[in-house]
Ligand binder design. Sequence first.
Ligand SMILES: [Zn+2]
Length: 415
Amino acid sequence: MEKSTLIGPFKQIITMTGIPLKGAVKDSELHIISDGGIIITGSTITKIGDFELLKESDKIAETITLKGNHVCVPGFIDAHTHICFGGSRAKDYAMRNAGKSYLEIAHAGGGIWDTVMQTRKSTQEELTKSTIKLANRHLKNGTTTIEVKSGYGLSVDEELKMLRAIKEANITAMPDLIPTCLAAHMLPKDFQGTETAYLSEIADHLFPMLKSEKLANRIDAFIEESAFSAEDIKDYFNTARALKFDITVHADQFTPAGSKVAVNYKALSADHLEASTENEIEIIANSDTIAVALPGASIGLGCDFTPARKILDAGAALAIASDHNPGSAPMGDLLTQASILGTFQKLTNAEVLSGITFRAAAALNLSDRGKLEEGLLADFAVFHSDNYQDILYNQGNLKPCMVWKDGNLVYDKHN
Ligand SMILES: [Zn+2]
């Protein structure tokens, strides 16, 4: 029999169990185990409960006894990032803050297309290395699962290079990386043809490779005036659905349109939603599609936040992700951004924590993580504190002292 390890005592374990997937949540709904312990066997949690009672179990081969006050929460899940890229967009950031428009920046050689050029110049190995570096940085902030999009290749070969780099990075990176194909990020400037001609080339030639090389099971598209319309994307999403890919959408970032598309195609998530009106919010709330707020993009661009309060009050599921990318969301710190979204949108601790744990897991179609309970992956972050409220109160400045992934202590500030 595999040996078991008991860890504890934790002053508080915030299990995130017993909270519905959708709608508003009060802090009093949080299930908190005081003076708790967790038993890990292999990569999973086999028991969770009172530390002193768990100590009496005869299956424990080893006990890791914590000194001082510690709070344990599920490892954070970042359900939307673009951390595989080449180059930097510091110049765009400076120009934007100096008052230049989106078009002026594009004319000066900035924008998404700049990152495409830089990413195409990078080798697969370089992209693998830089992705691992960013993923491991996020792990130290408590993030144990990270979705990573392609979308800076924008041709069959260059998208393949990115997705192979992400697959390779996942072998070494400490967090789990969940790949998504975002070939429908924008119409590449060097493509000779229409939006639909580009999309059908991707669907015909890239989709089969995603399956045969197991590169991604998720298809994303940017629905926006500057990218693809609801009409453009029809055949693309129909093909993706027929091939049983999961669908996700960049929706309503600047103009409302994408969330309707997301719900129509039964997307797992509709991400951004800064421009969603009551109409779009209601459509999402009446669907199984999860709303994903991306405060990092609002902070990076100086735009309004996603109406997270209204989304939760309408009864929708709300996840919160970093959108970490070199252009609009260069900071990448999920916990900081989620805390700030909480202050501007008046979200409870329970709502913010739900958004970066089990609700984010659902946006990625993952049922094996996001809560601390028997049978789930032993992925958790531990903070020096006697009160879980300290985590968001410190707005990202209180860092985990330990992070466990798949039952292994992968980061330990004590040492
Ligand atoms: Zn994005």
